[in-house]
Design a protein around this ligand. Structure first.
Ligand code: ADP
Ligand code: MG
Length: 261
């Protein structure tokens, strides 16, 4: 498998023929995807179509059974060794993972830590930022996410929407090359969805490169540079939001969209 091209047009993230099997179930059946600098790619698709598996494989939370993913042209999870690919040592996988920020449906904040510490801990301990610098950035991020008065709060004192905003700030604080969102608003009460989407939208405006799995169709239309429609482990259709929403070509995408009409 050759690495994608170099130079300014090289994608931040490239996925090539990615395959993932659970038992006899093919969750990813040869997925290709490029995400370029500053691009927002929204992944749509019915439940079970492989969206989470895709981002989890990219983030190396799952092993892959075929194909490859590259971050800035660097193969993720494997290295060439005497003409073969062999898995990278754990420490190097960890280093690659640190270049990506991931936000899940569940916020996974540390309950015993303040909001501020939730954001700064990894930035300092794992990414080697100086404590005062990490703190300054965290304060700035909390202002940007509308949580300026919550530095010393603990997660359980916050709403789900506020916790998810902290989780986003935590990921952004480590200066990732790409942000991966897996249905960041699906666990929230409906009235809390917008405050989280608006943080994701603001992040997109700052030029952050992002992959966002979501069922929020209005958000996808507005924020996506490209939409990817997955079904049964494959990318069935890719296009601008206008192409995907106004002129879906495949019957499966047409059927999917009628559910949100
Ligand atoms: P989506 O996020 O689009 O709803 P997933 O990526 O979670 O879909 O799942 C794709 C398919 O893989 C589904 O059929 C799901 O049941 C299966 N799957 C996902 N994770 C596992 C797992 N850890 N073990 C077994 N099957 C799994
Ligand atoms: Mg999912």
């Amino acid at each position: 498998m050759t690495a994608p091209g170099s130079g300014p047009a090289r994608p931040v993230l490239s996925v090539r023929g990615l395959r993932k099997v659970f038992g006899d179930h093919v969750a990813l059946d040869g997925v290709d995807l490029d995400v370029h600098e500053g691009e927002v790619v929204v992944v749509l698709g019915p439940s079970g179509s492989g969206k989470s598996t895709l981002v989890r494989c990219v983030h190396q939370l799952e092993s892959v059974d075929g194909g490859a993913a590259y971050l800035d042209g660097e193969l993720l999870g494997y290295e060439q060794h005497r003409g073969h690919l062999r898995p990278l040592p754990e420490a190097r996988v960890a280093r690659q993972r640190r270049r990506m920020g991931m936000v899940f449906q569940q916020f996974n904040l540390f309950p015993h830590w303040t909001v501020l510490r939730n954001i700064t801990e990894a930035a300092v301990k794992v990414h080697g930022q100086r404590p005062e610098e990490a703190r300054r950035r965290a304060v700035e991020l909390l202002e940007r996410t509308g949580l300026a008065d919550k530095h010393q709060a603990h997660p359980k004192q916050l709403s789900g929407g506020q916790q998810q905003r902290v989780a986003i700030a935590r990921a952004v604080a480590t200066d990732p090359r790409i942000m991966l969102f897996d249905e960041p608003t699906s666990a929230l009460d409906p009235e809390l969805v917008d405050e989280v989407l608006s943080v994701v939208r603001d992040l997109a405006r700052t030029g952050m490169t992002m992959v966002v799995v979501t069922h929020e169709m209005d958000f996808a239309r507005e924020v996506a540079d490209r939409c990817v429609f997955m079904d049964r482990g494959r990318v069935v259709e890719v296009g601008t939001p206008q192409e995907v929403f106004e002129a879906p070509r495949s019957p499966r995408l047409q059927a999917f969209l009628t559910r949100f009409a």
